[in-house]
Ligand binder design. Structure first.
Ligand code: PGA
Length: 246
């Protein structure tokens, strides 16, 4: 259970959703800056992208249109994200799928557009509570990944574990997360691709989750808005990374 993938380098991603950047995000000692041993990236709302990029944070968009430009009022294209200095883009977060009708097909188009633009797409997948209750979680995730190109990062975010702002919500167990991550890796053409876990990851449970061999980082929502707690998650990742090296 605790043997890491060779050459593992964690990515800890802060998904700030529709919240302002937390205090101190742009300070010299910001916990949101990439550590030497671990990649850290922030995903602010569109209006805060430039502030984060100016603060030298590795930054990504929370979504983006695959078309480079067009008559699409209120939207932002993946190509535009690249132009302002983003490095990553989330594709198909469950809140986008639910609230904005992002389908598997559309998410595949986003991932392709991101790769073409030179951004790293983080494709979010995960089953609902009802789908898990019916034992359909593997089928759901397999379908979500069917047309996704190689060269992407995956974030497994079981919908039932996403906090939605409730810090008392439990994350998936390390065993359930590891099982699904191993399954996802078996589906990916590039076995070395990173697979992040998301859904109520916090300072307390991150070590158990990040120790799993097929978990290569976290996509952190609620806990990423608390700088001290986010710092803890990054520190745990740095310590695990150092353990693997020695
Ligand atoms: P959470 O959000 O950490 O608050 O559960 C994760 C996400 O939705 O990306």
């Amino acid at each position: 259970m605790l043997t890491p993938m060779p050459n593992k380098r964690f990515l800890i991603a802060a998904n700030w959703k529709m919240h302002s950047p937390p205090p101190g995000f742009d300070a010299a000692d910001s916990p949101y800056k990439t550590e030497s041993a671990v990649d850290v990236a922030v995903f602010p709302s569109f209006i805060d992208l430039s502030r984060c990029i100016s603060a030298q944070l590795i930054t990504g968009g929370q979504t983006g249109r695959p078309e480079p430009s067009g008559a699409l009022t209120g939207d932002v294209s993946i190509a535009q994200l690249k132009t302002v200095g983003c490095r990553y883009v989330l594709c198909g977060h469950s809140e986008r799928r639910k609230n904005h009708g992002e389908t598997d097909d559309y998410v595949a188009q986003q991932a392709i557009a991101a790769l073409e633009a030179g951004l790293h797409p983080i494709v979010c997948v995960g089953e609902t509570a009802d789908e898990r209750k019916k034992g359909k979680q593997h089928d759901v995730v397999k379908k979500q990944l069917k047309d996704i190109p190689s060269g992407i990062i995956v974030a497994y975010e079981p919908v039932w574990a996403i906090s939605g702002g409730d810090p008392s919500k439990p994350a998936a167990s390390a065993q359930d997360a590891q099982d699904m991550h191993a399954f996802i890796r078996s589906l990916l053409p590039d076995k070395a691709m990173r697979i992040l876990y998301g859904g109520s990851m916090n300072g307390k449970n991150c070590e158990e989750l990040l120790k799993c061999p097929d978990i290569d980082g976290g996509l952190v929502g609620g806990a990423s808005l608390k700088p001290e707690e986010f710092k803890k998650i990054v520190e745990v990742a740095v310590a695990l990374e150092k353990n693997y090296e020695s």
